[in-house]
Design a protein around this ligand. Structure first.
Ligand code: SF4
Length: 378
């Protein structure tokens, strides 16, 4: 691939024409979003963390929910982690929610509720990396800190013909350096948001509308037929497949119908979320005949009824594919207690944060109906 040598790009200490075009485009095309109406670092931080790897339409709903539940950082710091995870449910990347909560506690406990006003100060907080620190510092405190996210990498790589993968330290530095020089003469907040918005709406990953693009005359990738090749991407990591055989166990107790939940406390996906006891293997799903002979047999009492078996569920995570099956089981006598497993009233189940896979299953198989049907059969 022929690309421009970045060292040959020089910017004067005045507004760069490409930067001017980006800012003009932004003034006409920007979306009106609630976090663009504020410079409150708490709200900007919330929006930035929620929007990472999330579409704006989906993120908007979560942003509103969080602001309503926790209007100020003190409210978020004082919440239970379960409450935070429940509000986050469905967004994925749950470590972001846990870090959000941790950081709120630090801001309240160590900084009297005030966010650090520099990107270097912000970087010391859990879950705040270069991108988020630069976004908060530029938007709230006018620091000339360039943001480098997927949209920015794509826009800069195409406009200037960057041949290096931005996931490498060298590639990242090149993008950050160009952004820093381009923002000269503009409010950092305005410039950063202009590039991100341009990447989100105009210079999109696949088939951008180059013929209707106001930056086309200044675009290296367009002039050289490299729009689809840029930015240079890293090779995709291998996806591992895991098979989860879930045991959805219910029991009727004196005070009502209960279900057995497992809290995921290990260093694995869905940390601190709830799902069901499960037998996992790396080969295939088990059958109902395997229920007593496999590891599932160790989890169940000798006397149980199978109320139903779900079809095969597939759930995709960034580097994993989860194949799952749910065995709906009712027991009449209580099992020996197991660590991190809790009997929860079926009616209270909606209050527990669960992975999207479990949420999907529960929507498709309402447990109340299930237990009632079982009682009617008896
Ligand atoms: S011409 Fe195409 S590739 Fe170049 S900036 Fe515009 S949309 Fe992006």
């Amino acid at each position: 691939m022929t690309t421009r040598n970045r060292k040959s790009i020089t910017f004067k200490a005045m507004k760069n024409p490409v930067a001017e075009s980006l800012v003009s485009w932004y003034s006409v095309n920007k979306r009106h979003l609630p976090w663009r109406e504020t410079r409150d670092p708490y709200l900007i931080w919330l929006s930035e963390v929620i929007l990472q790897q999330t579409r704006v339409n989906q993120g908007l709903e979560y942003y509103r929910r969080f602001v309503e539940a926790f209007p100020v950082v003190f409210d978020l710091a004082g919440a239970a982690e379960t409450e935070v995870l429940k509000l986050w449910q469905g967004l994925g990347y749950y470590s972001r929610a846990r870090n959000l909560h941790k950081t709120a506690k630090i801001i309240v406990g160590n900084h009297s509720g005030k966010f650090p006003e520099t990107s270097s100060g912000l970087l010391k907080l859990p879950g705040i990396g270069n991108y988020t620190a630069a976004a908060i510092a530029s938007i709230c405190f006018d620091e000339a800190a360039p943001v480098v996210d997927g949209n920015v990498i794509r826009v800069v790589s195409r406009l200037f013909g960057i041949a290096e993968n931005a996931q490498t330290p060298g590639g990242y530095k090149q993008i950050a350096h160009i952004m820093h020089e381009l923002m000269e003469g503009f409010a950092p907040s305005l410039f950063n948001q202009a590039v991100m918005e341009f990447g989100a709406l105009q210079c999109v990953p696949n088939s951008p509308a180059c013929h209707q693009c106001s930056l086309q005359p200044q675009c290296f990738a367009f002039a050289n037929g490299l729009v689809q090749q840029l930015p240079v991407k890293k090779s995709k990591p291998e996806v591992t497949v895991r098979y989860f055989n879930y045991l959805v166990i219910t029991i009727t107790k004196a005070d009502g119908d209960c279900i057995l939940l497992r809290k995921r406390t290990g260093k694995d996906i869905w940390h601190n979320l709830y799902d069901f006891p499960a037998v996992e293997n790396s080969r295939e799903l088990i059958t109902d005949q395997d229920l007593t002979s496999s590891d599932a047999g160790n989890l169940l009492p000798t006397d149980f009824s199978i109320l139903g078996i779900s079809g095969r569920y597939t759930h995709l995570l960034t580097h994993r594919r989860i194949i799952a099956k749910f065995f709906r089981i009712h027991i009449s006598s209580e099992m020996a207690p197991m660590q991190n497993h809790y009997w929860v009233k079926v009616a209270d189940l909606p209050g527990y944060p669960v992975p999207r896979l479990i949420d999907r299953y529960l929507h498709e198989h309402p447990l109340c109906t299930l237990v009632i049907q079982h009682r009617m059969k008896q």
